[in-house]
Design a protein around this ligand. Structure first.
Ligand code: MIC
Ligand code: SF4
Length: 648
């Protein structure tokens, strides 16, 4: 029986467990990436583990999120990150060098390797044939220390592509089509492996758009084969030596198969406020546009920006539209500057931003009240843009550019002749903004500005837990709801006491104060609780506020792992109808929780506010995870077991 590409890469990195769907495995991680918003915590945790140098083959620390320097905090944090990278054997990609996933693809993506990144869009590297997984900073810290990465073997879904994209239809429309069919929960517990004749019609940057937004499906990761197109890309990046052909066996077996005929697709858009609210762009033609934003780790490659420049060349942006463009990397920026495309963008009236995440994470360019903003990004959660009532639509660069010209959401196919973009045989290569680690690490002093606060500690799990239901929420709660980002809150990522004031701010601004007053308690959630970003602050800050357990109908993968890592119990309703019976403010007690966990029995909660009603909650935890919870989190467990988990 043949193997899928996914199983080939997983089996060559297996250091524990059996490669069988649903079972827990331990994987060797070849490479890691962090970015500045998650990196400060990840490196503080790495320091706490106490390893003198990273044990990975390559670890890179990128600066791309916290780049709006309105106070000392971000610049201080960047200095911390630079010095800690120098000391511990980590490469440091300076602010301005580009968005982590774009730079990683260009300069470090390598078929067949594993990559763990403290960012949910790490799977972008699947475009070049890597098994690249997003995780919390602590998991990445453990991997840098030589520890394995644990996960339950997902189902492997073959996405069989046929045909070829029509003019003005793009890779973005492929992944939007999948989101339309499967929703934001559709990929949970799954890896999407792309195959079929249509694969060879897509370039590596196009493939990376698709693997990037696999995160929005909730997928563990997505991967494309490594073929001639991969070779072409690596050659143009001056890295032909990194090429290896990789594909599934002809008779590979898959858990599920999905077919997409690329020729049948048309331009699509995800309406506010979820990436799965997908409709045809042509149905939105009467919607007036206020802002069009092009960039982010999804759509900011050389080809994307050249396409946009060709559409805008010789034309002017509509007077009522603000068009903002952020090239994905210094490489892209420099190349479009040299070949004149940047001049075409500027001449059309576009506002050019630096090569960072920028508006995607609410770091500037918040739209006006009630605005319609078209974005080539990957997430349109309510409030993420910085303006709560703004209506964000996710679209392709072609649609964003066409709409910026007309002032209405416009199907780019109405533009007439498709611009022809010639890909360069060689990209401009200049890695001078990637600083190698110090050759004298013992002489490097780690800089710690006043914004770096010590890691909060969690106590061991007591015999019983009790408290009030601090908040009850519905389905698909994102980590942006739990721990919002944006220019005001992001600079506090290395300061847990300060950032915890904003937990659930957009859902219930009184949450943080209430949690502290009640000395912690519980959160009740619906389906897919914690989808979206990998930010472990969505577990760490609630832990600091005393949240002891989250009881939900189901959880998203990364957040589930983060809760465990910080000693918060993720519990699941055995009887989903109990969700309706528990009210916010109810007083709950789990009298025998420790004993029940030890005996691996469902846990019993008593609701003192509802006539001592009894509920049973289950937990999909492995023995290893139960141990972590009992110790009060992974860091405690790692220290108490005297050695790093599954040290390789
Ligand atoms: C995001 O897109 O939400 C982020 C910001 O990149 C996050 C990481 C973070 O919150 O720092 C992610 O996707 O993991
Ligand atoms: Fe940055 Fe946005 Fe990509 Fe997150 S999704 S890494 S914020 S560009």
């Amino acid at each position: 029986m043949g193997q899928s590409l996914t199983y080939k890469i997983l089996s060559s990195h297996l250091v524990g467990g059996n490669l069988k769907q649903g079972e827990e495995i331990a994987l060797k991680i070849d490479r890691t990436l962090t970015q500045d918003a998650t990196g400060t915590m990840a490196y503080l945790q790495f320091e706490a583990i106490g390893v003198p140098k990273v044990k990975t083959e390559l670890s890179v620390s990128y600066i791309d999120h916290n780049t709006l320097q309105t106070g000392f905090e971000n610049a201080d944090d960047h200095r911390f990150l630079q010095t800690i990278a120098a000391k511990y054997g980590i490469f440091y990609s300076k602010a301005g060098n580009g968005i982590c996933h774009q730079v990683n693809l260009e300069r470090f993506g390598i078929p067949g390797k594993t990559l763990l990144g403290s960012d949910s869009h790490t799977p972008t590297a699947g475009g070049v044939g890597m098994i690249a997984i997003g995780a919390g900073g602590l998991d990445v810290a453990v991997a840098m220390g030589g520890g394995a990465f644990y996960m339950n073997v997902p189902k492997v879904v073959l996405v069989k592509l046929s045909g070829k994209l029509q003019d003005f239809v793009s890779a973005k429309d492929v992944i939007l089509e999948l989101l339309r069919r499967l929703t934001v929960k559709g990929g949970v517990g799954r890896i999407f492996e792309y195959g079929g004749e249509g694969v060879k019609t897509l370039s590596v940057p196009e493939r990376a758009v698709i693997t990037n937004m696999g995160a929005e499906l909730g997928a563990t990761t997505s991967v494309f084969p490594s073929d001639e197109r991969t070779m072409e890309f690596l050659k143009a990046e001056g890295r032909i030596q990194d090429y290896t052909p990789l594909s599934a066996d002809e008779d590979a077996v898959y858990d599920e198969v999905i077919e997409i005929d690329l020729s049948s697709l048309e331009p699509l858009a995800a309406k506010p406020h979820m990436p799965d609210q997908v409709v045809k762009v042509s149905e939105l033609k009467d919607v007036k546009v206020d802002q069009s934003a092009i960039g982010s780790c999804t759509n900011s490659s050389y080809a994307d920006l050249m396409t946009v420049a060709a559409i805008l060349k010789g034309k002017k942006v509509h007077p009522d539209v603000s068009l903002v463009i952020s090239p994905g990397s210094k490489q892209v920026f420099e190349m479009i500057a040299k070949n004149g495309a940047l001049a075409d963008l500027i001449a059309s009236g576009a506002r050019i931003l630096e090569s960072t995440c920028g508006p995607c994470i609410g770091m500037g360019q918040a739209p006006r009240s009630g605005a319609v903003s078209l974005r080539t990004f990957n997430r349109n959660f309510e409030g993420r843009s910085g303006t709560k009532d703004a209506k964000i639509y996710l679209v392709s660069p072609q649609t964003a550019a066409a709409s910026a010209l007309t002032g209405y959401i416009t199907d780019p196919r109405t533009l007439g002749k498709v611009p022809e973009i010639k890909m360069p045989e060689k990209f401009d290569i200049d890695d001078s903004m990637i600083i190698p680690p110090s050759t004298k690490p013992e002489e490097v002093e780690v800089y710690r500005g006043p914004n770096i606060k010590p890691l909060p500690v969690q106590q061991k799990l007591p015999e019983s837990i009790s408290g009030k239901v601090l908040l009850k929420v519905g389905d698909n709660i994102t980590t942006d709801h739990i721990m919002p980002a944006g220019s005001k809150i992001l600079p506090l990522r290395s300061n847990i006491p300060a950032i915890s004031k904003y937990v659930f701010e957009t859902v219930d601004p009184a949450f943080s104060e209430r949690a502290l007053k009640e000395k912690g308690g519980f959160v009740i959630g619906g389906e897919n609780y914690g989808q979206g970003s990998s930010r472990e602050h969505a577990a760490l800050a609630p832990m600091y506020l005393g949240v002891k357990a989250v009881i939900a109908k189901s959880f998203a993968r990364i957040h589930f792992a983060n809760l465990i890592n910080f000693g918060i119990l993720p519990l699941i309703f055995e009887n989903p109808a109990d969700y309706d019976k528990i009210k916010q403010g109810d007083e709950l007690i789990a009298p025998d929780i420790l004993k029940e966990l030890n005996e691996r029995k469902p846990v019993t909660f008593i609701n003192k506010s509802q006539g001592n009603a009894e509920y049973k909650f289950k937990y999909n935890l492995t023995d290893r995870q139960v141990k972590i919870i009992k110790e009060g989190g992974l860091l405690n467990e790692t220290k108490s077991s005297q050695q790093h988990p599954a040290t390789i």
